[in-house]
Every structure is written in structure tokens, then in C-alpha cells.
Design a protein around this ligand. Sequence first.
Ligand code: NAD
Length: 228
Amino acid sequence: MKKSDVRVLLIGAAGRMGKTVRDVARNDPNIQIAAQCDLGDPIEPAMKNCDVAIDFSQADSIDEICRAALQTGKSLIIGTTGHSQQQRKTIEETAHCAPIVLASNFSVGVNVLFWLTQKATELLGCDFNPEIVETHHKMKKDAPSGTAKTLAEILKAVRNSEIPIQSIREGDVVGEHTVIFRGPGERLELTHHAASRGIFALGALRAAKWVINKPPGLYSMLDVLGLQ
Ligand code: NAD
């Protein structure tokens, strides 16, 4: 192990994303997967010997993860989606003491979609009505997707109205998100297609390297990419 290596604890290691992060990390000379946890494994002891924990598990695990981060003072990369308002509050409170990157979608392309959605809604104005369509594989537990909720929050902040979201669950679709702006006599669509889970793992590992030595706070992938 090199001194420059970032030592990662992978939470949800036996899951689809856990396996993908492990595969992608093998090709990153600056990342070492130093510990792994799945359901039933205690998180705090595993976190002690790492620099940062990457969480792709289930929303219910967030209380234990945040407690461990507070006890150990380690950074968190949270990729898990579907948190309740109370769980989101726990994350925000933990971020007063630890640096946390929370992203409903770690792909670089999707984060540029977030940025473009904000610009498009500002430029198109009230004549255009936005809506969101998201499609994922049948095994996905939460609906709408965390990414669709983030897109809705971006639109709502500018439009100050509820944004319709259509969630489709079919086949083995990794993830598709379209923002549709319907205007008088024209329609603008912004679409992102995820071809493999590797894009989320790459972004999470990029965030893990970025967050080391950052002051406590709640950061997004837009911060990691320098887009805000
Ligand atoms: P999955 O069901 O395949 O894997 C989840 C794993 O977490 C399982 O192995 C499960 O046993 C484990 N787990 C459950 N509770 C745990 C706990 N308390 N401690 C440790 N491990 C625990 O799911 P997945 O497809 O890998 O997705 C995981 C999460 O990541 C979901 O919330 C999904 O929506 C989200 N996700 C986020 C992004 C992103 O870019 N932010 C991308 C893909 C998936």
C-alpha cells in the first residue's frame, strides 16, 4: 500500500453497487478497499482503519453509519437513496462534524444533466411546463428514483410548483432520466442513459478522493466536479 492510497470501507459490499465499486477500484492505483461490510456486520470497527466509507446499502443503515462517522471522525460518501425526512436530518446533523458527499446519482453525465436542467428552466420560463420520466430495472426498491427527486427539487426551486414524475420499472434498465419541457408548439427533452453501474462507482471513488481533508459539511457531486 502506498502512502497516497485512500483507504475505503465499502458498506453494502455484497450488493450490485458494492461489487461494481470493488471491480472499478481494482483499476484505480490510488484506492485501496481496506474493509467491507454487509448486512449484520458492525460498521464502526471497520471504519476505524479507513479514511472514508462509501455507502451503497439500504436507507435503514444510515443511523449506524452516521454514528460510526461521528465516533471515528471519518468522511462519508453516501450513494444509498430512499432516505426518509428523519434519516435525511440525521445526515445533515452528522455533516456538522464530518465531511459528507451525498449524491442521488454519482455519474458525471447526470450531474451535468442537473446543471443543464437548472439552466433550461431558468431560460425557458413559465411558458414551458416541465415533467420527469425515469426508467429502472424491476429490482429497484424505491420510486421515484433519488435522481428523479433531485431533478424535481431543482425544477421546483425555480418554478415553485410540484413537478410530475413518471416512474417505469422494466427489464434490466440501469437508469434512464428524461426532463421534458412542453411549451407552446415546441418541446425540449434532456435525456441521460446509464449504460453500466460503473459510472456510479467511478463517481463515488472520485468523490472519496476529493473529500479527504475537506472541512465538515454536506457536499454534492456538483461540488466534487466544481460545477457550483
Ligand atoms: P442491492 O440490494 O444489490 O445491495 C444492497 C446491499 O446492502 C445488500 O448486499 C444488502 O445486504 C446490504 N445491506 C443492507 N442493509 C445493510 C446494512 N445495515 N449494513 C450493511 N449492508 C447492508 O442494491 P444496489 O443496487 O447495490 O443499490 C444500493 C443502494 O444504492 C440503493 O439505495 C440504490 O438506489 C443506490 N444507488 C445509488 C446510486 C448513486 O449513484 N447514488 C447508483 C446506484 C444505486
